[in-house]
Design a protein around this ligand. Structure first.
Ligand SMILES: [Fe+2]
Length: 320
């Protein structure tokens, strides 16, 4: 047994600060008066970088991956949108991860469930491509948004004759940080006894929300937003953003992270020294505490995903 910790601390004989500090280490103390990095600071740190991923690159990479990686071997054939900060191979922003995924014609992606929540934004879908959530088969059409709340079994099946592409957004980084990660594959590999559900509350159809957003709340002249609900995820939410052509929309910095997926149109986003030229299927990550400006080249629709609900839940939204 190591008796070191059972010895009486001999701090009485200490004469100098250096001596005290070296002795503190013996008892697993860290001094709080001379930390190399402060624990508290005046405003949020910008740890993550603004970033942009192009669908045309993801499409090309996943098309090739379709010849080399099977969903028999890989749980998912996807490309993770890891924030380009040093040493990071996963998180897109602090709480969320985004990924492009592709399922080949005739292919399935096995059913599983997990404690993280998930959302999908369909870039290239088909009426015969489905996400199956707890036995309900939900079609994935271009621009649709689908939810998979935590704990629900979900898998994908592509009965069409085209490759199906979408973006997944999950709160995995948050769950990894907090600890309660659980993951389980389905006993049948892919769920059996599937029922078609065209009106699932987990699906937000582009054909519906692209019209409804025109009557959404006015953000500035030329920009409207519509919250997709009522079905919610606890940790992150989603808005449809509609921009008329040639609109400049300045967004002040916020404490929540914002991810944008382009569903229609084209434009650019300026944030610090970056200028991201975007088009349909692209993904833009704006980590917290960056001011940014969206500019539309033409009428555009974006899905905005944020972890704002989480900050509200924790009562952190009162700080700006
Ligand atoms: Fe999953």
């Amino acid at each position: 047994m190591n008796n070191k910790f059972f010895n009486e601390p001999d701090f009485n004989s200490v004469q100098t600060l250096d001596e005290l500090q070296s002795k503190l280490e013996l008892f697993k103390f860290k001094n709080g008066w001379a930390k190399p990095t402060p624990s508290l600071y005046p405003e949020p740190k910008k740890i993550f970088l603004p970033a942009h991923w192009r669908f045309k690159h993801a499409h090309s990479a996943l098309h090739t991956a379709g010849k080399l990686v099977s969903t028999e071997k890989a749980e998912r054939r996807n490309l993770i949108l890891a924030n380009p900060i040093e040493g990071n191979d996963y998180q897109t922003v602090s709480t969320l991860v985004g990924a492009y995924q592709m399922v080949l014609p005739g292919e399935i992606a096995k059913s599983h469930k997990h404690s993280p929540n998930a959302m999908r934004i369909i870039i290239q879908g088909d009426p015969s491509a489905f996400t199956v959530v707890d036995g309900k088969s939900i079609p994935m059409l271009d621009g649709d948004v689908l939810l998979t709340p935590n704990g629900s079994y979900h898998g994908h099946i592509n009965n069409s004759n085209v490759e199906a592409y979408w973006i997944d957004i999950l709160d995995v980084p948050l769950v990894q940080y907090l600890g309660p990660m659980f993951f389980q594959t389905h006993q049948d590999s892919f769920e059996k006894n599937i029922e078609l559900d065209l009106n699932s509350e987990m699906r937000f159809a582009y054909s519906v929300f692209s019209q409804n957003v025109l009557n959404g709340s006015n953000v500035i002249t030329g920009v409207r937003k519509l919250e997709l609900g009522p079905q919610q995820l606890v940790t992150f939410d989603r808005y449809v953003i509609h921009m008329l052509s040639n609109i400049t929309w300045v967004n002040e910095k916020t404490t929540f992270n914002q991810l944008f997926v382009v569903i229609k149109g084209s434009g650019s986003t300026q944030v610090e020294n970056y200028n991201f030229e975007w088009s349909v299927g692209d993904f833009i990550a704006i980590p917290s505490w960056y001011k940014f400006t969206h500019l539309s080249n033409e009428e555009s629709i974006l899905i905005r995903v944020t972890d704002d609900p989480l900050l509200k839940l924790l009562n952190f939204d009162k700080f700006h």
